[in-house]
Design a protein around this ligand. Structure first.
Ligand code: EPZ
Length: 418
């Protein structure tokens, strides 16, 4: 099992480029199931979750063919299998994103219920309620969700919770429904907008993606398309926070400042120098960091996927800050490990209080989920000594070549076999 050995303290300097967004690539891969033709995707990050989703699509009968960094996906049409089995789905809950496309294209689907994960129960009740609103007959048995519909019928549906993959599932399903669908209380994340761009290029009629209300006029078929996924704002934001915590000076290339506005505002508030251009962002750590409390929220609020990384930063701020995690019920697993490195963080439910600055000392720590792992890596950059981060397979799910990108910025990071 791989681990990172990170020797600090270190100061990051230079330019880093974010890979394609994992959370845009996953729905784009699932959307290929809707095509009566071939969907060619580029900009896909080389991370485990993308390999997992590709394997699932192949299991469902899709022909996949790499041409350089472009992946051509051709679903097998009527003969396609419709069951996403447990062994594949259990490793990645985003597999649920094949449910909507399969029902829309085939009229039936059987997908293993995604288990919860380290950060929470992760229900899919809104996915299922939305599909039922479009006329699908949904049954749950033996750990699987089965759904059938001769043809989905457009309808109005309001999400009871802001769900990113729920919005994406229903958006994809509604594209082939008969008539018009209006989705309300939708997630507004940039990844939803990117999916809408792909679907539109396939021939879908979608209006309002990126807002809380999306209207879809169903069509009879969707065709071939080529699409480059947007850059990963969470990966990019992680490196910007790495620059801030190390007091460094880093330029993030290929990033859209508007997608990270909430983070940039906070980094400015804590005392970093922020320079945002049309497709790059530069962060220079200030002399000393001011505390700034945050609350995670659906986009355009502060992203929950940057909460753990930001908490590591606040251990170095001069004073008390609070972090309120409002999206997931168990997303503080990085706290005990940060405290073992010398941080002074207290937790009560979804609230955390961070007293800083606390000098961090190197320790053997264990990654528990994708973003908590990133938080421990950032802490290792400033800790005195060599920090060992075990179980970095969590990181490999969503960060492309992290050790190489950090080394290129001046970090002393080694990937070793535990
Ligand atoms: C997406 O997960 C992202 N994953 C997550 O990124 C991200 O943390 C999350 O959105 C929030 O931004 C992908 O896009 C593949 P949700 P998703 O459904 O869509 C409740 C990462 O680190 N909810 O938006 O699965 C749920 O309990 C990952 O890259 C329901 O109640 O999350 C939670 O409180 C982690 N019923 C909230 O909504 C539902 O049917 C957000 O969940 C669905 C969700």
């Amino acid at each position: 099992m791989d681990r990172f050995e990170i020797t600090g303290p270190t100061r990051l300097e230079g330019t880093v480029t974010a890979a394609g967004a994992k959370n845009a690539a996953l729905p784009a891969l699932a959307a290929s199931l809707l095509a009566d033709g071939t969907v060619t995707l580029s900009g896909l990050p080389v991370v485990q979750d993308i390999r997992t989703m590709s394997r699932l699509l192949e299991h469902l009968g899709t022909e996949t063919r790499w041409d350089g960094e472009r992946l051509a996906l051709t679903p097998s049409g009527t003969a396609v299998k419709d069951d996403a089995d447990y062994d594949l789905v259990k490793t990645m809950r985003a597999s649920i994103l094949v449910l909507g496309p399969l029902i829309a294209r085939l009229g039936h689907a059987k997908v293993s219920l995604p288990g919860g994960c380290a950060i929470g129960v992760r229900p899919i009740d809104q996915h299922l309620a939305g599909l039922e609103a479009l006329g699908a007959e949904v049954t749950l048995e033996h750990g699987y969700v089965s759904a059938r519909a001769d043809r989905l019928v457009g309808n109005r549906f309001r999400f009871a919770a802001r769900t990113v993959t729920g919005t994406e599932n229903l958006l994809m399903a509604a594209c082939l429904a008969r008539g018009t669908t209006v989705l309300e209380n939708c997630a507004c994340e940039p990844e939803v907008v990117d999916l809408s761009r792909l679907l539109t290029s396939m021939g879908a009629q979608v209006h309002g993606a990126g807002t809380e209300r999306i209207e879809i006029q169903g069509v009879d078929r969707l065709g071939s398309a080529e699409h480059r996924v947007i850059s990963d704002r969470i990966e990019g934001g992680t490196y910007l926070i790495a620059a801030a915590i190390s007091g460094g000076d880093v330029r993030l290339a290929g990033a859209l400042p508007d997608d990270l506005r909430s983070l940039l505002d906070v980094l400015e508030e804590v005392g970093c120098r922020v320079e945002a251009e049309c497709s790059s962002i530069r962060i220079a750590g200030g002399d000393g960091l001011r505390p700034c409390s945050i609350e995670t929220a659906p986009h355009p609020g502060f992203p929950t996927d940057l909460q753990a990384q930001y908490m590591a930063l606040m251990t170095q701020a001069e004073g008390r800050s609070t972090v309120h995690e409002t999206i997931f019920e168990n997303r503080f697993q990085h706290v005990p490990e940060l405290n073992r490195m010398g941080a002074a963080i207290q937790v009560d439910g979804g609230h955390a209080w961070i007293e800083g600055p606390t000098p961090l000392s190197a320790a053997n720590v264990m990654a528990t989920d994708l973003r908590a792992s990133a938080s421990l890596v950032l802490a290792g950059l400033v800790a005195d000594g060599t920090t060992i981060v075990d179980r970095i397979y969590h990181l490999d799910r969503g960060y492309e070549r992290m050790e190489e990108k950090l080394k290129a910025l001046g970090a002393d990071v080694v990937r070793a076999q535990a």
